[in-house]
Design a protein around this ligand. Structure first.
Ligand code: FES
Length: 214
């Protein structure tokens, strides 16, 4: 099976992605040498919708989800949108410090669960305690990271009536909408209260208030 990765940088004739070695597939990938080739199916899925003028962006990356926000930060800055970034991880050695994210962020906050670097707490705490006090009145969240982080951010967004777009990470078998292996529940006005949408095809970015958080 293929492995799903988010694009982290893009040049005119190349793109890059960042991954963690977690199993046989990513281990094999890490052993590839310059000149080796592999088959890639890309690009897939949708993108974040950019906010309107006057809205500040709060982008939140957790763990391996962080590099996927680099292109978003760059695009937002090119549109003259203020970018507040939070990069979070369990501990300092897992914190992904991206030069691109630093370059395109007006403010950047690092947080670790154990306090070994930056703010001690999770990403959602860092947004609430560090970023919101210095951000403007009109903001929108953009996030990619582990499910509990996205769920916590969605709850905060809901409490404060802030729009949030989240990019979901799911295992994918086909990548082009055929197998339904990556389906997630989306709220719907039917007997079940939900329908399924595919992270690889209709996603990976969804509005946080349309998702059924489990
Ligand atoms: Fe097959 Fe999404 S991975 S439908």
């Amino acid at each position: 099976l293929r492995r799903p990765f988010a694009v982290s940088e893009c040049e005119s004739k190349s793109f890059s992605f960042t991954y963690r070695i977690v199993g046989e597939g990513t281990k094999e990938l890490s052993l590839m040498k310059k000149g080796d080739t592999t088959s890639v199916l890309a690009p897939l899925g949708n993108t974040y919708k950019l906010p309107g003028k006057g809205t500040e962006a709060v982008i939140v990356g957790g763990g391996c989800g962080t590099p996927s926000l680099c292109l978003l930060a760059k695009t937002l800055k090119e549109k003259n949108i203020t970018v507040h970034t939070v990069v979070a991880a369990r501990e300092a050695c897992s914190l992904l410090e991206s030069a691109t994210l630093k370059k395109y962020s007006d403010t950047i906050t690092f947080s670790t669960d154990d306090g070994s670097k930056g703010y001690k707490g999770n990403a959602v705490d860092a947004v609430r305690d560090i970023v919101l006090p210095k951000a403007g009145d009109k903001i929108e969240f953009f996030a990619c990271g582990p499910y509990p982080m996205l769920k916590g951010l969605a709850a905060l967004a809901d409490d404060l009536e802030i729009k949030a777009q989240v990019s979901l990470e799911e295992k994918m078998a086909c990548g082009f909408g055929a197998c339904m292996g990556c389906a997630v529940k989306i709220k719907a006005d039917n007997d079940d209260g939900y329908v399924y949408k595919r992270v690889c095809h209709e996603g990976p970015v969804f509005s946080s208030d349309e998702l059924v958080w489990e």
